[in-house]
Design a protein around this ligand. Structure first.
Ligand code: 5IU
Length: 473
């Protein structure tokens, strides 16, 4: 049987086993539809499974260059399995939920960075399910650029996938399916027309281009910020051409001020831990502020507040350090719940920002994917307060007005002996989506910190310009 005949047989079979139904249905997103697909039933029909496998194999898989196949959970999993066996190629499995204990692996199976992975899916409407799998594979450094699917509903999925650099090939389109069923008298002309009208009129919402912020300039993003400090920081970065934040983890105020005097021109943000300074004084704070004005950078106190709202409001506005008096922004955990944001929100009359901790750079930290997602959600109500997230991944959030502050950066990837993990500028900016990169010991411990700061500044800025040019993949 030739390919066309097999496709016809598949269409007729899908109809026969009720994997495609006509009538009045509601889609997941609440839109009325005259046609409904449920390919989950195919597992009960080995002949149909075999036919699909053969078709996918002949049509696409046999001619592709790839190292693995990966099905979009769940319907496509058994199909991917059959294909993997038929093609004698490895299969990878994507989890829907990350395990909460042990390794936080989303992808099961053995693979190497840079391996190519084909995506297998049953039905594509908007393409968002395919993108979830693609994103998880890409996070692992795998290449996912081709998706082979059984049926394209022709409602915008192909375009959405293409705009995310995924080429889609489908065995059947909705138009073709209707044509076959009509020709073989399985549906009436009226049903066919209803479906055609529906296709003309109803497009799936476009999937937000993954990480639009990855391609937008800092100037543009300043316009999109709802927090005044994020706006300022974006503008400083654009003006000074630097996305480097120096973490001045020194314990003497003179040493800190001396260092900032040398490198302040090359950074957009200075990050402090004032509680490690042995000779802290209000004089130190005024000198720091003076330098910030003179050299045009903002000040982030990396306090990582983590208590109940009431306590945090006292910690922020009172005590020896009186942080709210001088820091443009602070870091804060989401762990205690929203009260902590309420406390920080109400605490100052001047423009302030909060970087909320969504992920950490240290090995074995207990933050789970769900915690990260809930953290991002928690921030939504505080658009005027949140200037960014401290995180490690480009998919943590999408809002381009918000800043991804990423620590754990050195020119070479490495670790320290207390669990800190360092990534290179390329990895952090191009792959992981860092907007402002925090460098501490990479500069502070150098023999000549100014030369080193310039090295970091140039390397990081080069990655950013490459990133917004979109030519990095
Ligand atoms: N920092 C991290 N990782 C994190 C968070 C904060 O390293 O996940 I949240 C802080 C700790 C230190 C600085 O002050 O960023 C990084 O310094 P080094 O580049 O010296 O490791």
């Amino acid at each position: 049987m030739d390919f066309e005949n097999k496709v016809t047989e598949l269409a007729l079979n899908l109809h026969k086993i009720d994997a495609v139904k006509f009538g009045d249905f509601m889609t997941k997103s609440g839109i009325k539809t005259p046609v409904y697909f449920d390919l989950r039933v195919i597992v009960s029909y080995p002949d149909v499974m075999e036919l699909i496998t053969e078709l996918l194999y002949e049509f696409a898989v046999a001619n592709s260059k790839y190292d693995h196949v990966c099905g979009v959970p769940y319907t496509a999993l058994p199909i991917a399995t059959l294909l993997s066996v038929k093609a004698k190629k490895s299969m990878l499995m994507r989890r829907k939920e990350a395990k909460s204990y042990g390794t936080k692996k989303m992808i099961e199976g053995h693979y190497q960075t840079g391996d190519r992975c084909l995506i297998i899916e049953d039905v594509v409407t908007s393409g968002s399910s395919v993108m979830e799998t693609v994103n998880d594979l890409r996070k692992e450094g795998l290449k996912a650029e081709e998706a082979f699917i059984i049926l394209d509903r022709e409602q915008g999925g192909r375009e959405n996938l293409e705009s995310n650099k995924v080429q889609m090939k489908a065995l059947l389109t909705m138009t073709k399916l209707i044509e076959i069923l009509l020709e073989n008298n399985r549906i009436t002309e009226q049903t066919a027309n209803e479906v055609r009208d529906y296709l003309q009129n109803v497009k799936a919402p476009s999937v937000v281009k993954v990480n639009e912020r990855m391609f937008l300039s800092y100037e543009k993003r300043a316009e999109l910020s709802t927090n005044a400090i994020a706006k300022q920081l974006f503008n400083i970065m654009a003006a000074k051409k630097t996305n480097l934040c120096l973490s001045v983890d020194l314990t003497s105020s003179t040493k800190i001020l001396d260092l900032i005097e040398k490198v302040g021109n090359h950074v957009c943000l200075i990050k402090t831990h004032v509680d490690i300074i042995e000779d802290f004084s209000s004089g130190f704070v005024s000198s720091l502020q003076h330098l910030a004005k003179k050299l045009n950078f903002l000040i982030l106190e990396d306090r990582k507040y983590a208590d109940i709202g009431h306590t945090v409001s006292l910690q922020y506005t009172r005590g020896l350090y009186n942080v709210s008096d001088w820091a443009d922004c602070v870091t804060c955990h989401s762990l205690p719940g929203e009260g902590i944001l309420k406390a920080l929100n109400g605490a100052s009359n001047t423009d302030k920002g909060v970087f909320l901790l969504a992920e950490m750079s240290s090995e074995g930290n207990l933050i789970t994917q769900q915690y990260t997602q809930e953290t991002v959600k928690m921030a939504e109500k505080y658009a005027e307060l949140i200037c960014g997230f401290v995180c490690q991944n480009k998919d943590t959030f999408k809002n381009p007005g918000i800043i991804q502050l990423t620590p754990g950066v050195q020119l070479e990837s490495s670790k320290d002996n207390l669990g800190q993990v360092y990534n290179t500028p390329e990895k952090v900016v191009l792959e992981n989506g860092g907007d402002v990169m925090v460098v501490g010991r990479g500069i502070v411990a150098a023999k000549n910190s100014e030369i080193q700061a310039v090295l970091y500044k140039d390397a990081l800025w080069k990655c950013y310009t490459k990133r917004i040019s979109g030519k990095f993949e």
